[in-house]
Write a protein that binds this ligand. Sequence first.
Ligand code: AR6
Length: 231
Amino acid sequence: PVNVSSFPENAGKDLMKGEDLAVRSAGSHVSLNDPPTLAFPSISTSDFQFDHEKASDIIVEKVDEFVNKPGNARLVLVDLSPRSKILSLVKAKAAKKNIDPNKFFTFVGDITRLYSGGGLSCNVIANAANWRLKPGGGGVNAAIFNAGGPALEVATKEQAKSLQPGRAVVVPLPSNSPLFSREGITHVIHVLGPNMNPQRPNCLDNDYITGCKVLRDTYTSLFEGFASVAR
Ligand code: AR6
């Protein structure tokens, strides 16, 4: 496994401060000093082949909306590689919009190992799911269901059987899931973004009028779901 803390991307980024470690070693991963945090992958831009320029505009627009509401919750866009195109586009556009870097930043790492591999405490993570809410299929969905174990699958089935594009479902994580015990994550929010890949169901055939609307709806549902558990 890569040591994400060693990426210059993440330099000075977060935590592992003395007081946080003291609380964590007492058995809790999320210190009282840490604000509620949602880590999310870029929805639809890999397997679903959504245009990166358009997606980065929408991410920054939706993040800006969220961080301008009252509250101390923060958002973190995550991707696996320090060469991630979507991370650099979003980073540049967020800086241009003067989005508060304490309330939103990008982070390089595996979303299933943010605390254990990167020292970043997050209570909630988002998943770019499929409409059946099933494990596998590659990408971040496979990684999250693998890391969450059978407990995540069972908890997901209790909340919903399927998902419409643009919608989110909030799943409370049972304490026997490794994502809870190892990473300190209390909720997984599954979202289904718009699909531009002809090999996958509900392909929008390059209809970016609908696609952009559905991607906006996806982030709105995701951030509302996060706000409902962060309160
Ligand atoms: N940690 C952080 N980011 C990741 C990880 C990870 N472990 N794995 C992938 N990413 P994708 P989509 C990034 O393809 O385009 C699935 O099979 C990746 O680099 O997972 O919405 C589902 O079942 C990219 O930036 O999601 C659906 O059928 C982002 O996560 C379909 O793919 C999203 O990539 C959804 O496609």
